[in-house]
Ligand binder design. Sequence first.
Ligand code: ZN
Length: 290
Amino acid sequence: MKEKSLTIESRRNWVKEGMLKSVGDGSDTLFWHNIWVGEMPLKEKYNRLFGISLDKEAVIAKMGNWNQGVWEWTWKWRRNLFAWENELLQELIKELQTISLKQGQQDAWTWKYNQEGKYTVKTTYKHLCQQHTIGSTSGQRIPTKDNLKSRGLKGQDDDKCVLCGVEVESVEHLFFKCEVSWSIWASCYDWWNLKTVGQGKGWIHIEQHTGLVSRGLMKEMWIVIWFATIWSIWLWRNQKIFKDEADSWERVLELIKFRSFYWCKTTLCPDLVQDKWRSKPKEGHKRLQQ
Ligand SMILES: [Zn+2]
């Protein structure tokens, strides 16, 4: 049981891990906490330096200055660095040289499973499927019940989906085919006052989803809702398996609204209004009304 929950915990951030900050002027990205250079947050890779930094919560833009068009880092430490810490700092500086900040350009999110660096639902979907179908020793798969079972982990006698309790749980089923998940998707369509032609499966569902909104900022937000819904279904499913109490269906919908609001506000639309977003999302921002 312990091994199982560890596996889940280590994988539960798969959506978050896929989201990378693509840095512009660095004014919206936390230097130590966000993943924006390399594969992990700098606070993890350079844990020792983070420990003595006086700028633990600073955004990148506050970690240096522009000097005649050239960015210069400034470091504030709690004490003088030891020689080996200085070596570590040189390593960090070298890593930072692989990224160039861009004056006057906003930070944006990208999706790392797409080689072009832009998140798309298609690459996310491919990534989900790969996690689900790659050989069982890779350790890269989402631990849905059917592949936990195929890996021989104990306590998985029941491989049924915890949402509906009827079908075998798989990525395809959990996120798209399950009637409970589907009713969540349907509520999102209601929320956006969109009509859908019925329950698409797998990739068809995603194409239908993104096709419902034609273009522009609204479409970008609608795609964020796709991510937020996937992410929320996944967390809900984990709650149901590992916690004594799980959120109600209504609460999950509220969480989707909250999470998508937060993502949209921080990445697409700083002046989005939460109350409006929850009731009439298309009126939550001036630009959306056009
Ligand atoms: Zn189900």
